[in-house]
Design a protein around this ligand. Structure first.
Ligand code: SF4
Length: 211
């Protein structure tokens, strides 16, 4: 297997996805946080289908904190796990109102105290809402990192986050996160990756055997 430096990998991603960005529609930190909590185990496109109605009905974190759970469930019932997700976002809103004065917090430690927020969500909120260098590890980043040999197959998400942050310059964390998601979402699919179009075939640990 050939070798490719991290710089070369990043250059390829720059060429392929110069405009990679967050695809969850949002207008402010409150909406971003809710959208990313809802995005667990579903696609951004599915979340974008339910959030317009949800944010129209609950335009502020205070309004969501005071919402009836069954009404919130109705708004997001197209999503899988909507009972749990409705409870998570209402409790998240309550936590923000009661403990942070209605402002979505901007530190990892504070975010992790809130309902529905794990490290992945917190990293997305920090980078998207506050521009704080962060690198969220989701299913795409995990798969792509392993295929490109940036991490080991056995590594868990916390280890992957730590290794990527060590290998990738801090000023590139946010951009690289989006580019890896675009690469995983549009080319390096889980089941049928488009390896014929991929610049990483020579270093890939899992390329399509039909090439
Ligand atoms: S060669 Fe195929 S599996 Fe490997 S990184 Fe490229 S698209 Fe993904």
């Amino acid at each position: 297997m050939e070798r490719m430096s991290v710089d070369e990998i990043l250059s390829h991603l720059d060429r392929m996805y110069p405009d990679a960005h967050c695809e969850l529609n949002h207008a402010n930190a409150y909406e971003m946080a809710i959208a990313v909590i809802l995005s667990a185990q579903t696609t951004d496109a599915s979340v974008n289908q339910v959030t317009p109605k949800l944010f129209e009905k609950y335009p502020t974190v205070e309004s969501l904190a005071n919402a009836e759970l069954k009404d919130v469930e109705q708004c997001i019932s197209r999503l899988g796990l909507y009972h749990n997700k409705a409870r998570s976002i209402v409790n998240f809103a309550k936590g923000v109102v009661e403990n942070y004065g209605g402002i979505v917090p901007d530190t990892m430690d504070d975010l992790l105290t809130l309902s529905g927020v794990g490290r992945k969500c917190a990293n997305v909120i920090l980078s998207e809402c506050y521009g704080i260098p962060s690198l969220a590890v989701d299913t795409h980043v995990t798969r792509v990192s392993k295929r490109l040999g940036l991490v080991y197959q056995k590594d868990d998400v916390n280890t992957i986050e730590r290794k990527l942050k060590r290998k990738i310059p801090k000023e590139r964390w946010i951009k690289t996160h989006h580019q890896m998601i675009f690469f995983g979402r549009y080319l390096c699919h889980a089941r049928s990756p488009k390896c014929g179009l991929c610049p990483f075939v020579s270093i890939c640990h899992e390329k399509n055997k039909n090439l």
